[in-house]
Design a protein around this ligand. Structure first.
Ligand code: NAI
Ligand code: COI
Ligand code: MG
Length: 357
C-alpha cells in the first residue's frame, strides 16, 4: 500500500477548521482507494509568529521539502496586521512558495451544476459550462520584487517593483500551454502591455514560446482591465488564462465568485518536481473564524487536486469531486445557502462529503 507523507500548514483564522475537514476526506479516500497518509503539522503565518517569532520557521521549510506534498489552510488576521511587512503572516506564505520553488499556481474556476443558482451571473451568461483554468505565476513579479520606503521631494513615499526575467516567463508559459493542450487548446495571456514594460516582455516571450513550441494552441492576448470585465460579461470565452502573480491573484478571486463562492475555489502550486502545495484560493476569513460558517469545499477540492497532480491517485481525486457534487445536492454552508436545502456548518459539510465518498 502506498503511504504518502503530507505536511499540514493549518495557519490562521478558518485555516484549522477547513484543513481538518480535508484531512477527514483524504483519510476516507485512502480507505476506499487503498493508500495511507502520514500527516505532520508545521507552523506558518500568524500562528508561527506567536509560537516561534517568525511567520516561516526553517523547520517548516525542511518538513515541506521532505514531504510528498503540503496542504495549507490560510494565513493572516487583524492580530498581525500592524507588523512590518517582512514580519507579517503573508510574508510566510510568499516565503514557503519561494522556498519550495512553486512557480505555477493552477486555479480552476469551475461551476458545479448544483451551484448555478449561487452564481451572481445570469444563467444565459454562465451558459452550458464554466470551466476556466487560471495559471498564475507564483514566485516572481511585484510580490517578490524590490520594495521599500524613501523620501521623494521631501515627502514620505513607498514603492514595489514588478519585474520578470525571460526564463521566469518561459517556464510559466510552458505550464499554461501544456495545460491548454490537454484542454480546449485555447490560451489567453493577460497583461498590461499598453503600460508596463514587464508586460511587453511577458507578451513577447509568451508569443515566442507559443510559435516555437505550441503551434497547435490558439494564443490570444488581453489587457487585465478588459479581462476583469470579460470574466463577468462572457466567461465562457476563456479556456486557460496565463498571467502574472498579482493579476492572477486578483482575477482568480473574481472568477471564484462566478462559481458561486470564494469558498469553492481550490488551487495547486507546483514547481519542477512532483510535490506541490495545495490550498484554497481564499484567505483566513477572520470575520467568520470559529463560527462554523466556513465552507471547507475549496480545501477539500484542493486535497483532491493533490491526489491528482502530486500523488498519482486520479480516481480518488475524481471521487472527491463527485462526492462534493453530491453533497451540494443535499446541503450547503451559509455562503452558498439555497432554499429547500439544509444549511450546515463546516464540520457537517466535511462529514457529508466523507459519507458520500
Ligand atoms: N492564501 C492565504 O493564506 C491568503 C490569506 N489572506 C489573508 O486573509 C486575511 C483576510 O483577508 P480577506 O481580504 O478578508 O480575504 P478572505 O478570502 O479571507 O475573505 C474574503 C471574504 O470571503 C469570505 N470567505 C473566505 N473564505 C471563505 C470560506 N471558505 N467560506 C465562506 N466564506 C469565506 C470571508 O468571510 C470574507 O467575507 C488577511 O489577513 C489576508 O492577508 C488573503 C488571501 C489569501
Ligand atoms: C496573501 C497572499 C500572499 C496572496 C494571496 O492573496 C493569494 O495567494 O491568494
Ligand atoms: Mg488572493
Amino acid at each position: 500500500m502506498n503511504t504518502y507523507k503530507i505536511v499540514l500548514l493549518k495557519g490562521d483564522g478558518i485555516g484549522p477548521e477547513i484543513v481538518d475537514q480535508a484531512v477527514k476526506v483524504l483519510n476516507k479516500a485512502g480507505e476506499k482507494f487503498g493508500f495511507a497518509i502520514q500527516y505532520e503539522e508545521a507552523l506558518l503565518g500568524g500562528s508561527a509568529i506567536d509560537a516561534a517569532g517568525t511567520p516561516l520557521p526553517q523547520e517548516t521549510i525542511d518538513k515541506c521539502k521532505a514531504a510528498d506534498s503540503t496542504l495549507l489552510g490560510a494565513v493572516g488576521g487583524p492580530k498581525w496586521d500592524t507588523l512590518p511587512g517582512d514580519q507579517r503572516p503573508e510574508k510566510g506564505l510568499l516565503g514557503i512558495r519561494g522556498a519550495l520553488g512553486l512557480f505555477a499556481n493552477l486555479r480552476p474556476a469551475v461551476i458545479f451544476d448544483e451551484l448555478r443558482d449561487a452564481s451572481p451571473l445570469k444563467a444565459e451568461i454562465i451558459g452550458g459550462k464554466l470551466d476556466v483554468m487560471v495559471v498564475r505565476e507564483l514566485t516572481g513579479g511585484i510580490y517578490f520584487g524590490e520594495r521599500g520606503r524613501k523620501e521623494v521631494n521631501g515627502v514620505p513615499a513607498a514603492y514595489d517593483t514588478e519585474m520578470y526575467t525571460v526564463p521566469e516567463i518561459e517556464r510559466i508559459a510552458r505550464v499554461a500551454f501544456d495545460m491548454a493542450r490537454k484542454r480546449g487548446k485555447k490560451l489567453c495571456s493577460v497583461d498590461k502591455a499598453n503600460v508596463l514594460e514587464s508586460s511587453r516582455l511577458w507578451r513577447a516571450t509568451v508569443a515566442r514560446i507559443g510559435a516555437e513550441e505550441y503551434p497547435d494552441v490558439e494564443l490570444s492576448n488581453m489587457y487585465v482591465d478588459n479581462c476583469a470585465m470579460q470574466l463577468v460579461r462572457n466567461p465562457q470565452q476563456f479556456d486557460v488564462i496565463v498571467t502574472s502573480n498579482i493579476f492572477g491573484d486578483i482575477l482568480s478571486d473574481e472568477a471564484s465568485m462566478i462559481s458561486g463562492s470564494i469558498g469553492m475555489l481550490a488551487s495547486a502550486s507546483l514547481g519542477s518536481g512532483k510535490a506541490g502545495l495545495y490550498e484554497p484560493i481564499h484567505g483566513s476569513a477572520p470575520d467568520i473564524a470559529g463560527t462554523g460558517k466556513a465552507n471547507p469545499l475549496a480545501t477539500i477540492l484542493s486535497a483532491g487536486m493533490m491526489l491528482k497532480y502530486s500523488l498519482d491517485q486520479p480516481e480518488a481525486a475524481q471521487a472527491i469531486e463527485d462526492a462534493v457534487s453530491a453533497a451540494l445536492k443535499q446541503a450547503r454552508t451559509p455562503d452558498i445557502a439555497a432554499e429547500g436545502l439544509r444549511t450546515v456548518n463546516c464540520t457537517e459539510m466535511g462529514d457529508l462529503v466523507c459519507s458520500l465518498l
